[in-house]
Design a protein around this ligand. Structure first.
Ligand SMILES: [Zn+2]
Length: 170
């Protein structure tokens, strides 16, 4: 998801999947910590734990062992690390998204500055704010880029500006 270049969504969904992954890892280690009792069989021997060197009973086919205590310690440590990573990713994502949002608002405000708002009655209302353009496509009236992003041809009729989309006017 992160490698897909979909603006905004690849970030949101990508980070979300990473976080879901981390949560699943945490849950897995949780169940590992709980699973302490293993059924004993007759065929077992003693092997030293790889980490703390305490002797452990293991089935005969098993050559190495990390004892349950060490396993739990590793799992708890890993869980804590995963939690920290989770928190870091969340904070980073929030910061990035808030930053993007501010950038979008700043750009919107800049565009807004270009539009000049003229008081009076307008049809549609969105043409009250806009930019007059060089008259190239309008057979009558003046060409105007309205705030809704479309170009219109505007005519002064009695006491109201009536704007048609340039496509219709053509
Ligand atoms: Zn151990």
């Amino acid at each position: 998801m992160l490698s897909l270049q979909i603006p905004f969504w690849s970030m949101v969904l990508g980070i979300a999947s990473v976080q879901i992954g981390i949560v699943l890892i945490i849950l897995t280690f949780d169940s590992l910590i709980r699973k302490r009792n293993k059924p004993l069989t007759e065929d077992y021997k003693t092997v030293n734990c790889l980490i703390c060197r305490s002797s452990q009973f293991v089935p005969k086919y098993q050559k190495t062992i990390i004892c349950d205590t060490c396993m739990a310690r590793i799992a708890v440590g890993f869980k804590a690390t995963a939690m920290v990573v989770f928190a870091l990713i969340t904070v980073t994502t929030m910061t990035v998204l808030v930053g993007q949002n501010q950038e979008l608002r700043r750009r919107a405000a800049e565009i807004e500055k270009v539009y000049q708002c003229i008081a009076g009655q307008w049809s549609p209302d969105s043409c009250g704010c806009g930019v007059w353009q060089e008259n190239t496509i309008c057979t009558e009236g003046r060409s105007r880029l309205c705030r809704d992003g479309d170009s219109y041809c505007c005519l002064w009729q009695e006491n109201i500006w009536v704007c048609y989309t340039s496509n219709v006017d053509k």
